[in-house]
Design a protein around this ligand. Structure first.
Ligand SMILES: Cc1cc2nc3c(=O)[nH]c(=O)nc-3n(C[C@H](O)[C@H](O)[C@H](O)COP(=O)(O)OP(=O)(O)OC[C@H]3O[C@@H](n4cnc5c(N)ncnc54)[C@H](O)[C@@H]3O)c2cc1C
Length: 324
C-alpha cells in the first residue's frame, strides 16, 4: 500500500516537473523566435552538422548577426539552457540525442573584401578558412600556409588553435572579438600566452567568438606552390574522402604522434560496427555509414586500453564531445 502511494506521488511529481520544464522551454522558444536574425529549429537531424556524421538529433539555432547573438546569449543564460557552437563540425562529435542547444553562426560576409591585399583582415567567425587559403594563394601571403587544407570556420580554427606541421593559426591572430553570456562584446588582444597546442587559453565558459583580426608575415612568391604541394601531401596521407573528424587524439608529445603509436600496435583497420581506424592515418576514424556514438566510445576505450597496456599512457581526446 505504502509502495503504491510512493510510486503515485513520484509519478505526479515527475508530471509536474515535466510540465514546468515544457512550459519554460516553450517560453524560451517563443522569446528566441522574436529575435531578428535568429532561426530556431526544433529537434532536427543534426547529422549533417559534423563531418563525422554520427547520427544525432537536437535543437539548433541559426544566428545570422552579432546583434542577434547579443540578445540570444543572455536569454539562454537566464533560462539556464546549455549551448555550444558548431562551426563546420570538423572536430566535433554530437551524441545521438543532443541536450545542448546547438548554435550555428552564419554572419554576413562580402566576398569582395578578399579581392584586395591588406595588412590586416577583420573577419567574421563563421567564414570558412578555405577562403583565406585561396586569398593566400592569390597574393602569396606568408604565414597563411599553416592552415592549408584544414576544414574549419575561422571561429573553430581559433578556438582549437588549428595547425599543421607548418605551424598554427594562433601566430597570425592579432585580436579576437567575443560575445559573453551577458551579451557584451569583449576584445581579446592576443599575446604569446593566448594559445597552446590545439587550444586557446582565453575563451571563457559561455563566450562565443564572433570575429578576429588576422595579420600576415609579408609576401612570398613561393607560398602558392607551398600551399599546393601541402594540399597534395594531405591527400596522400589523410582519408579526406571519408566521413571523419580529423585527428581523434592529441599527440602525447610533438615528436610522438598519436597516429604513429596506434600504427605501431597494428590497429589500423580495426573497427567496431560501421566505424574503423583509418588504414591511411591511424589517428583518424572512418564512419562507413551509420556508425553510432556508442561505437565511437567503444573504439576510443579499446585504443586507450591498448595504449595503457603497451606504453602505460592514455590519450587525450582532440575531438570535442559535449559533457567533456
Ligand atoms: C579531414 C580533416 C582533416 C583535419 N585536419 C586538421 C589539421 O591538419 N589540423 C588541425 O588542427 N585540425 C584538423 N582537423 C580538425 C578540424 O578541422 C579543426 O579542429 C578545426 O579547427 C575545426 O573547426 P570547426 O569550425 O569545424 O569547429 P568545430 O569542430 O565545429 O568546433 C570545434 C570546437 O570549437 C568550438 N567553436 C567553434 N566555433 C566557435 C565559436 N565561434 N566560438 C566559440 N567556440 C567555437 C566548438 O564549440 C568546439 O568546441 C581536421 C578535420 C578533418 C575532418
Amino acid at each position: 500500500m505504502m509502495l503504491v502511494l510512493k510510486n503515485n506521488i513520484r509519478m505526479i511529481w515527475k508530471k509536474c516537473l515535466d510540465s514546468v520544464t515544457f512550459s519554460c522551454m516553450k517560453n524560451l522558444v517563443d522569446s528566441i523566435k522574436e529575435i531578428q536574425d535568429c532561426e530556431f529549429f526544433e529537434n532536427i537531424d543534426l547529422t549533417k552538422f559534423t563531418t563525422f556524421k554520427l547520427s544525432s538529433q537536437g535543437d539548433l539555432i541559426e544566428v545570422k548577426s552579432i546583434e542577434a547573438l547579443q540578445k540570444l546569449l543572455p536569454l539562454l543564460s537566464l533560462h539556464k539552457k546549455p549551448y555550444l557552437v558548431v562551426g563546420w563540425g570538423a572536430n566535433q562529435i554530437l551524441p545521438a540525442q543532443c541536450s545542448e542547444l546547438i548554435l550555428h553562426l552564419d554572419f554576413l560576409f562580402e566576398p569582395s573584401y578578399l579581392e584586395t591585399l591588406k595588412d590586416e583582415y577583420e573577419l567574421p567567425a563563421s567564414l570558412g578558412i578555405n577562403h583565406l587559403t585561396s586569398h593566400a594563394v592569390k597574393f602569396g601571403l606568408k604565414g597563411w600556409e599553416v592552415f592549408t587544407g584544414i576544414p574549419a570556420t575561422l571561429g573553430g580554427a581559433i578556438y582549437m588553435n588549428a595547425g599543421t606541421n607548418l605551424g598554427e593559426i594562433g601566430k597570425l591572430v592579432k585580436s579576437v572579438r567575443l560575445v559573453d553570456q551577458q551579451g557584451k562584446i569583449r576584445e581579446e588582444k592576443i599575446t604569446a600566452q593566448s594559445f597552446s597546442y590545439r587550444k586557446n587559453n582565453f575563451v571563457k565558459p559561455g563566450e562565443v567568438i564572433v570575429g578576429a583580426t588576422l595579420i600576415h608575415l609579408g609576401i612570398d612568391e613561393l607560398i602558392p606552390q607551398k600551399i599546393k604541394d601541402y594540399l597534395n601531401y594531405r591527400k596522400t596521407t589523410q582519408p579526406l574522402a571519408t566521413k571523419n573528424c580529423g585527428c581523434v587524439f592529441k599527440n602525447p608529445l610533438k615528436e610522438l604522434p598519436a597516429g604513429k603509436l596506434i600504427d605501431l600496435l597494428q590497429l589500423k583497420g580495426v573497427g567496431v560496427g560501421e566505424l574503423r581506424i583509418s588504414p591511411k592515418h591511424a589517428n583518424f576514424m572512418e564512419n562507413s555509414g551509420k556508425a553510432t556514438w556508442d561505437q565511437f566510445k567503444t573504439l576510443v576505450e579499446l585504443i586507450n586500453f591498448e595504449m595503457d597496456h603497451f606504453y602505460g599512457i592514455e590519450f587525450e581526446l582532440e575531438v570535442k564531445i559535449p559533457y567533456h
